[in-house]
Design a protein. Structure first.
Lengths: 337, 337
DNA sequence: ATTCACTGTCGAAGCGCTTCGACAGCTATG
DNA sequence: CATAGCTGTCGAAGCGCTTCGACAGTGAAT
């Protein structure tokens, strides 16, 4: 293993000079710099991470806590995780992957051990038990998701309230009057992750303004659960002509069921999905959708975090504006019979 | 920040004693151990990761390289990644998330800097450019996937050859004679990740033995691509009664299209999917499937790696035996008209 | 009683790096 | 021409931990 000292000797300078070449924290003459860089190249030198962390008390690592549950919006999670890793690398940071399993202990462990310089938490619940720890420590952190109380925290999330409102507006504009929301699984609401409720709130309040009637039904996803849910909805509100789906695994079943029941999309009923682009474009009907901007969320989270690490930037809530893309699954409400 | 020395002072022992309590590498009297442990508790001590890594030249970190592409079998990747993280933690290791982006350089960087003690590579291609590096270094590694040449490497993967064979057997047993394989996107074959080819090979050779006729068509996934692919297949081999699908995003479109064409599943045609359990159970028809055992793969990979880190275990190829679960999408071939 | 082998503890020497203060050799300034 | 202020480099002091050898104390074996 090549060390700083060996590079220094090879280049005929002192170790500190090599260090300064590497960090750029003091000016170095061009000739020396080049000599050192050549030596680094020739010897294939890589600074030792542990020694560096010890001496500088900075690990250049960002911890990313992902939820342990793999049962929900998984592709989004993965996309965020990868976006975080990619953006972090671009800023010279590596990413440590923590699962939610350890819960608050993971936060303690990471902060206490100096394993990471900062952390990003995904899937934050409204009243998350990790939040007090984050507020107490001076280690920078960013949440992806929006807890109930955001004081002293930096959060990044899609503006789900605006997303709900946007869906209501689109359907109202098309003349729909009775709409149904196919929500996430009941467990998601019980866990109070927040985003589902916020979507619903936004949608409901805008609907009220626009005179839409809204029926909300959580749904486990999958074909059978969707069949049951749809039957109940149509039973209760036969005149429903608009659907907003916030559950990836209910999308395709819903489309199949509507087809099966002879309700044409978008002629008879309109469907809006809140889902990743890929799902919307690959579904059996090209779906009008509000995209979940996983990449953006990852990128923003890293950028906020880097800003904090560099002393710039303060606590703030970044809500990404939703964008509705009209595709083939929504159209004018059918004339009342 | 609490240090070893402070704990030592608080407990009235020397620093080395505390260290030995922590590592268990020398015997410590019960009374001393308890005193030290109490001090650790009271002070809320967490060993500094950097210092530890420097002194012991072991970071207790495993690097996990995931593919950058988020366009394919993503949930499987995520599940593997989480299984890796969870199992690694159980062995006292943390996981560093690397994206494929950096390619071979990431391997150099990690090995060179001592950032991680070992690495797991996902999505290994048949002739992966990272392999020479892995063979050259003495850092333990495990591949998830199977390259062309496995000498000097440890690999974990589903036995895709046996998977293909299993599918052929199941369909043959049910009396099918003409079967079609809906494969992964052409890009997957061009990239030579191997698993798709191995599946096909296994399926073809067993089919030959069993007298099945096989038509293989790669498919991008999504509704339109699937529609085109299916049309071609039925055009070329109208008598096709069995389908094997190895592309998650083609599954639901295929089912919808078959329904639409009036071909009932499983009465008229049988469908086997090679996909995660969740996809199989949540599809619009409960699918007979061969599961992709993501959790097992992650677990095996970590276990192999730990074994190597502890000096036990040598290079080997672990092929996980496929399991076919019969559900509602396969049945006896219809009597010839 | 003497030796021997443990057991439990300590002190000290690093691990490879960053960073602070020092300083030699300049150039610009009064 | 002395002085001040740069610029570029160096030496040395740690960062917090692990680990090696040393050794005091104890009990067993001689």
């Amino acid at each position: 293993m090549v060390t700083l000292a060996e590079v220094a000797q090879h280049a005929g300078v002192s170790a500190s000079t090599v260090s300064y070449v590497l960090s750029g924290k003091r000016s170095i003459s061009v000739s020396t710099r080049q000599r050192v860089e050549r030596s680094i190249q020739e010897l294939g030198y890589h600074p030792n991470a542990g020694a560096r962390a010890l001496a500088s008390s900075r690990s250049n690592i960002i911890a990313l806590m992902v939820p342990l549950r793999t049962d929900m919006y998984v592709p989004v999670m993965m996309e965020i995780a990868i976006a975080v890793a990619t953006n972090a690398r671009a800023h010279g940071y590596d990413v440590l992957l923590l699962t939610g399993e350890e819960g608050p202990d993971a936060v303690r462990r990471v902060t206490g051990s100096g394993l990471a310089d900062a952390m990003i938490l995904m899937d934050v619940e409204l009243d998350d038990e990790r939040l007090p720890l984050l507020r107490a420590t001076d280690q920078p952190s960013v949440l992806i998701g929006l807890p109930a109380d955001t004081t002293g925290l930096t959060c990044v999330d899609l503006d789900f309230g605006a997303t709900g409102a946007l869906c209501a507006e689109h359907l109202a504009l098309l003349g729909h009057r009775d709409i149904a929301v196919i929500g996430e699984a009941p467990a998601v609401y019980e866990r109070h992750t927040g985003f589902a409720e916020r979507t619903l709130d936004g949608l409901r309040s805008r609907s009220r303004e626009l005179g839409l009637r809204v029926l909300h039904r959580p749904c486990e996803g999958g074909y059978d659960a969707m069949a049951l849910t749809l039957a109940r909805i149509l039973d209760e509100r036969p005149g429903t002509t608009g659907f907003v789906v916030q559950n990836e695994s209910a999308v395709e079943p819903l489309l199949a069921l509507l087809r099966q029941k002879g309700r044409a999309v978008p002629e008879d009923v309109s469907v809006i999905a809140i889902c990743p682009e890929q799902v919307a474009t690959q579904a059996s009907v090209r779906l009008t959708s509000v995209a979940i901007p996983a990449q953006d969320m990852g990128r923003h989270a890293v950028e906020r975090l880097i800003a904090k690490l560099e002393g710039r930037g303060e606590d703030e809530v970044v809500l990404i504006a939703p964008e509705l893309t009209v595709r083939a699954s929504t159209g004018p409400a059918p004339a009342a019979p």
